[in-house]
Structures are given as C-alpha cells and as structure tokens.
Design a protein around this ligand. Structure first.
Ligand code: GAL
Length: 376
C-alpha cells in the first residue's frame, strides 16, 4: 500500500512539474519558404523564466509563458505550433504586427497633400489592418541583436511605394525584448521617402487563464479612458468623441468583461461585443498606463503601457470556432482578447483626430509594453 502511495505521489509530482514548466515550440516546425524568403522561430528568455517565441512571418508573437499566482508558467497568448497552421488559419490576425494602418480606413480612401489615395478594400468595402497583403502576410527580416548585453529580436520590413495603395517606400523595424520586470517590450521605428500614413500595432490575442478552453469574459479589465470614438455599423468612426460615463464602455473602475457585454447599447451591438477605440486619458505622446487586466483563474495580471493616444479593445467577437491552435485548441467565440495600442481608426479622414502622417526626414516611433505580474 505504502509503495503504491509513494509511486502515485511521484507520478503526481511529475505531472504537476510538467504543468509548471514552459513547453517551448520546436523551431523545425517553423521553417518554410514564402515567396523566396525563409521563415523561422525565434526565442527570447528573461532572468525570471519568461519565454516569448516569435516567427518572422508577420513579425508575429507565437507563445508567451509567464508565471501565475502559484508560480506555474502559463502560455497567455493565442498561437499555433507550426508555420503551416498559420498559413492555413482562417484568422490571419493571430499575433502579428498589423499595418501599414492598424484598424479601419473608411472606403480605403484618404487625401494627403491634395492627392486622393485608394487603398485595397478587404473589410465590407473598407480597408482593415493594411489590406489583403498587410504586414501580417509578409516575411520580415529577423536578427537577434544585443542592446546593453540583452537579447533583442529585430524584425525589419521594406514596404514598396504603392503596396496596398499606400504612397512612399516605407522601412519599418520592430524590436521585441523581455525585460527584468517581466514585460514584453515592443518598439517600432519607421521612415518613408514620400508623405504617407502609418499606424502599426501588435495584434496579439491574450487569454490570461493560460488556456483557450475558456472565454475571456471573467477577466477583470480597467482602461484609463474617459472617451471613445463611436462608429457606424461597419465600425468606421463617425467623428464623434463620446464620454464613457454611464455607458458599458466605462472601464475606469476595474470590471469583468462579461458583466455588460450583452447590454443593448448601440456601440456594443455594432461591435458584436467590445470592439472599440478608447482614447487614453494620459498625455498623447507620454509613455503611460493604458489598461490593466487580470484573470481570476490564474491571478495573472497584465498592464498595458504605451505612448500611443488610443487603445482598441477587441473581445474576440469574430472568433467563430473555425480555427485550431496550439494543442488543437478551437478558436471559440471570445476565447481571446486584444488590447491594441494605436492611433484612432480612420484618423486620416478626421482632422480633429491625431495625425497619422509621416513625412520624409521624420521617424515614426512607438513603444508599447505588456507587463506581467500577479494579483496581490
Ligand atoms: C480587431 C478589429 C476587429 C477585427 C479583428 C480581427 O483589431 O478591431 O474589428 O477586425 O481585429 O478579427
């Protein structure tokens, strides 16, 4: 009897240890060639055991292991375990950098210096996330570089003049790093040889429960935003800047996502849930706290810090069960959320929104940080 108990305990310990440890993805499963460019898997680690994995196909975050309240490591981002899964996925926005312009541009049109530009239309007659061949579909150049002795993953892409209808030859770099205080830091830099518009953002889906078997509705969210930009049915901003006061979009006090998501508020009906641009209360260019979100299941808390003026909170309303992810997870309704630091959607068509224009000789920069801790 005793022997059996000892063996059972050993099996239990082994099993729980396995659950605790990080399961790194196999780099061999990310090697392929797309339009003559090689894809690969890249891994960053920090001194506390955090592991982040990326592929240069779409400058994409693939896996992100962070400790929960019990010290077990959980993968908190949506992703796949092979490059083929990404190529076959019906949701092309799992973890990439999107652009040139994140979110929507009305009818894909904008006027810059008296010239009308027509972008590709890929979302009900509008332009979404850079078009049909946006950054998420490109193989970026990637290299590990050292900055102050630390590993930084540098991804670069050259977007030719006219790509998806955008003017100007654009060079863009994205720098991913893991910091000692358990943050994933993303820095962007871009330059152009002709006036253009730009608004790249990270389109990582998170589920801080560490599994995609559960919805994100129990997550508790705080967004430091007093106003948002209401949209029409096609999710194009009307131009209004509306207070969140008294609406289900008031997340200034931490509130479970599911608490008001089904209320019959017009903006929630158009979004099929939360899919809104929140204007951050911090000063426009200041690097400040945008949102804090946690999972009651794991106690994992994520703080979003950015120098961008706004944050798109998307509650996974278009996830429809049609995609399988790591461990054959099904991409079920609202099993991931995105908090995308950005300029306002359709800013090029609203003069009172922050400018998205980038001119030759200027450098576009962005810093966005996803910092992990546990609820105290
Ligand atoms: C979000 C956007 C949603 C949807 C999603 C991708 O950024 O706000 O409307 O397009 O990306 O499925």
């Amino acid at each position: 009897m005793k022997k059996v108990t000892v063996i059972l305990s050993l099996v239990f310990i082994l099993f729980s240890c396995q659950k605790k440890s990080v399961l790194e993805l196999n780099p061999e499963h990310f090697v392929t060639s797309i339009e003559g460019k090689e894809t690969a898997l890249y891994t960053l680690k920090n001194e506390n055991g955090l592991v982040a994995q990326f592929t240069n196909y779409g400058a994409r975050l693939v896996a992100l292991w962070v400790p929960d309240a019990k010290g077990h490591f959980q993968d908190v981002t949506w992703g796949f375990s092979t490059i083929d899964d990404y190529l076959n996925s019906t949701d092309i926005y799992c973890g990439p950098v999107v652009g040139r312009y994140g979110n929507r541009i009305n009818r894909g049109r904008f006027v810059l210096n008296d010239t009308l530009f027509q972008l590709t239309l890929n979302d009900n007659g509008n332009h979404l996330h850079g078009g049909t061949g946006g950054f998420e579909s490109k193989v970026w150049d990637a290299e590990m570089v050292k900055v102050g002795g630390k590993d930084v993953l540098k991804m670069s892409y050259f977007s030719e003049d006219g790509e998806e209808g955008y003017p100007g030859n654009l060079t863009i770099e994205v720098y991913y790093s893991l910091t000692a205080d358990n943050a994933l830091r993303i820095e962007y830099s871009a330059a152009t040889d002709a006036p253009t518009i730009i608004n790249p953002t990270s389109h990582a889906y998170f589920n801080l429960a560490g599994t995609s078997d559960v919805t994100i509705l129990e997550h508790v969210l705080k967004i430091n935003a007093s106003t948002f930009t209401p949209t029409d049915e096609g999710l194009i901003p009307t131009g209004e800047i509306r207070s969140v006061e008294g609406t289900p979009l008031d997340f200034r006090e931490a509130t479970p996502i599911g608490k008001r998501i089904n209320e019959s508020y017009q903006a929630l009906i158009f979004g099929k849930g939360y899919d809104h641009n929140f204007i951050l209360d911090k000063k426009k260019d200041e690097l400040g706290e945008a949102a804090v979100i946690s999972s009651p299941q794991t106690g994992i808390e994520m703080t979003v810090i950015t120098d961008q003026p706004a944050l798109q909170f998307y509650s996974g309303n278009f996830m429809d069960g049609s995609v399988s992810g790591k461990n054959d997870d099904v991409h079920n309704f609202r099993t991931g959320f995105a908090l995308e630091a950005q300029n306002y959607p359709d800013a090029p068509n609203h003069s009172h929104f922050p400018s998205a224009v980038l001119n030759p000789g200027e450098t576009y920069t962005q810093t966005t940080i996803y910092k992990f801790s546990v609820v105290q």
